[in-house]
Ligand binder design. Structure first.
Ligand SMILES: [Fe+2]
Length: 192
């Protein structure tokens, strides 16, 4: 257990139990979103869907990376993942990103995607605020994740007609330009 690391965070005025709760709920949202985005990606087909497929895949793999990057910090701070995955999923910080009733309705699918990213942005902004200047490691990690969530929102909202996102594309699927350095076992193409 990272005793001194925990002590420093507590001494800086952070409620570590509350922080761990937020990190577990964030990790659950990443894990469930990774699952739901798998379903959304396989349904992003045809003239309307095909163009979306690649960015859904990027966001999907990066959410898995976010889960992976969060887990060690949860344990360092004395927390743990729930024993039962059902309890874990129920505790997710963001709603289920369900496939729309009509899976061919790409506008509806985009709304699901953009809302999931907006929820994630709120979650990590909150954790950044809580840890800024106090828990440097959690702050840096949350900020890295936040950077990627903001890019994901920009990609999807561009499709919804909100104007240019200013982005091009990842050099490899799920590259995680900000979070990859936190991953213990990179995907091979990370750390570019
Ligand atoms: Fe994420």
């Amino acid at each position: 257990m990272a005793k001194v690391a925990q002590e420093m965070v507590t001494n800086a005025g952070v409620d570590v139990q509350e922080l761990v709760r937020k990190l577990v709920r964030a990790a659950a949202a990443e894990f469930t979103t990774y699952y739901y985005y798998t379903i959304l990606r396989v349904n992003a087909i045809g003239f309307d869907g095909e163009g979306l497929k690649e960015i859904i895949e990027d966001a999907r793999l990066e959410d898995r990376n976010h889960f992976e990057a969060l887990v060690p910090r949860i344990y360092e701070l004395g927390g743990e993942l729930p024993r039962d995955i059902r309890a874990f999923a129920d505790d997710a910080a963001c709603p289920d990103a369900y496939l729309p009733q009509n899976p061919r309705d790409m506008k509806e699918m985009l709304r699901v995607l953009v809302e999931a990213e907006r929820c994630a942005i709120r979650v990590y902004t909150d954790i950044c605020h809580m840890t800024f200047g106090k828990d440097h490691r959690t702050y840096e990690l949350s900020l890295a994740i936040l950077n990627e969530e903001i890019e994901h929102e920009a990609w999807f909202s561009e499709y919804l007609g909100d104007g240019p996102s200013g982005h091009f594309r990842r050099s490899a699927p799920g590259e995680s330009p900000y979070t990859s350095r936190f991953l213990v076992v990179p995907n091979g193409h990370n750390h570019g």
